[in-house]
Write a protein that binds this ligand. Structure first.
Ligand SMILES: *[C@@H]1O[C@H](CO)[C@@H](O)[C@H](O)[C@H]1NC(C)=O
Length: 317
C-alpha cells in the first residue's frame, strides 16, 4: 500500500482508533493490523515488530476491522453505482450486465464443518474486479442455491423493481433486461443467467450455446481472479483459519474485500494473482427446475452476443 493511500485510510479511521485504543498511536494500530492481514503474521510476530504486546496487537486488529466495516461499508453499495457498473460490462461487450456472481471457499482447520470443511463466500464482482456485494460465512455443507436465496443480494434484487426494471437493450425486437451472470451451480433466474448445461451427456450444444458458454466462462473468470487477488493482497485470507476463531472469519473476509475496493479506488496497482495453493470451488451444476422465462432471456442474449461477434469480424480494421 502506498503512503498516500495509507494516510487517506489513517485519516478516516484515526479518530475512532484513538478513542478506542488510546495506548497505541493510531498509525501503529493501523499499520499493525494491515501487516497481519497482508502477511498472515501471528499476533506475536506483529507485536515484536511494532513493539506492542500480543493482546494489544489482537485488539488493534479487530478494532481496525470493525472501523473499516463502519467507515468503508459504502464501497459495497452496488445499487447506487449501477449505471457505472453496467457501462463497465458494456465495454466488455456484455450489454446490460450488472455483475458476475460466484462462490469461494475459505478453509478452516479441524472438523467443525466436517472433513475439509470451509466457509463459503458469495460475491458479486464488477468488470474491473471490484467487489460489489459480499455475503460471507456460509458453511460448505450448504447448497449454492440455498446460499443465494438467503443472501441479501437476492432479497434486494427481487424486491427492488428499479433494479430489474432498468432500461432493457433491444435486439431484433427482443428485449434484454438487466442481468447478472452466475456460475453453473446457481439456478437460472430471469436476472441470473447461468451457462447452458446438458444433464444428459448425449445431447450436444448448438454453436450458439457454445459461443454463449465461452463468453460466460470468460466473465466468470472475473470472480475467480478477484478472489485470487484478494488472497494475494491479504495473505491472511489464503491460510487455513483456526477453528476456534471461525466466528470472526466472515468479518475479516469482508474487511479484506472492502480494503481491496478501497485500494482500487485509490488507483493502487492490482497484486499478482499467484497465491500458491487455494481450494478450488468444485460444486455440482444446478439441476433443479428451470424457469422458462429465464431460458428465453438467455437465448436472446446468446443471439445478441453471436451477432455482435460476427459484426465485429465483418468490420474492416
Ligand atoms: C505515528 O504517530 C505519532 C504520533 O502521532 C508520530 O509521532 C510518529 O512520527 C508517527 N510515526 C510514523 C512512522 O509516521
Amino acid at each position: 500500500m502506498s503512503k498516500p493511500s495509507f494516510n487517506l485510510l489513517l485519516n478516516l479511521l484515526s479518530p475512532s482508533l484513538e478513542s478506542a485504543l488510546p495506548t497505541i498511536p493510531p498509525n501503529y494500530s493501523l499499520a499493525a493490523a494491515l501487516f497481519r492481514l497482508a502477511h498472515g503474521a501471528s499476533y506475536k510476530a506483529v507485536a515484536r515488530r511494532f513493539r506492542i504486546d500480543s493482546a494489544e496487537a489482537c485488539r488493534a486488529f479487530y478494532l481496525v476491522c470493525k472501523e473499516v466495516n463502519d467507515k468503508l461499508g459504502h464501497l459495497f453499495e452496488f445499487s447506487s453505482d449501477l449505471e457505472t457498473i453496467v457501462m463497465g460490462f458494456g465495454w466488455n461487450s456484455l450489454p446490460n450486465c450488472f455483475g458476475v456472481l460466484g462462490l469461494a471457499k475459505f478453509g478452516i482447520d479441524g472438523e467443525l464443518l466436517g472433513k475439509d470443511g470451509s466457509l463459503m463466500v458469495q460475491a458479486l464482482v464488477g468488470s474491473e474486479g471490484r467487489f460489489l456485494d459480499v455475503s460471507a460465512g456460509w458453511p460448505s455443507t450448504m447448497k449454492p442455491q440455498t446460499i443465494l436465496l438467503q443472501s441479501k443480494l437476492y432479497l434486494e434484487v427481487e424486491k427492488s423493481k428499479e433494479l430489474l426494471n432498468g432500461p432493457s437493450i433491444e435486439n431484433d425486437g427482443h428485449l434484454i433486461p438487466r442481468y447478472i451472470l452466475g456460475d453453473s451451480y446457481f439456478p437460472l433466474l430471469t436476472w441470473l443467467l447461468t451457462p447452458y448445461n446438458r444433464l444428459n451427456e448425449e445431447d450436444s450444444f448448438s454453436s450458439l450455446e457454445r459461443a454463449f458458454n465461452s463468453v460466460h466462462d470468460n466473465a466468470i473468470g472475473i470472480v475467480r481472479i478477484a478472489f485470487q487477488r484478494l488472497r494475494a493482497r491479504w495473505q491472511l485470507l489464503a491460510k487455513q483459519w483456526k477453528e476456534e476463531c471461525v466466528e470472526f472469519l466472515p468479518f475479516v473476509i469482508v474487511t479484506g474485500c472492502l480494503l481491496h475496493n478501497f485500494l482500487i479506488k485509490c488507483g493502487e496497482p492490482m497484486p499478482d494473482k499467484n497465491t500458491g495453493h487455494v481450494k478450488e470451488v468444485d460444486l455440482p451444476v444446478f439441476d433443479g427446475d428451470v424457469d422458462e422465462n429465464a431460458q428465453r432471456i438467455r437465448d436472446i442474449l446468446a443471439m445478441h452476443l453471436s451477432q455482435w461477434r460476427s459484426r465485429k469480424i465483418a468490420l474492416p480494421s
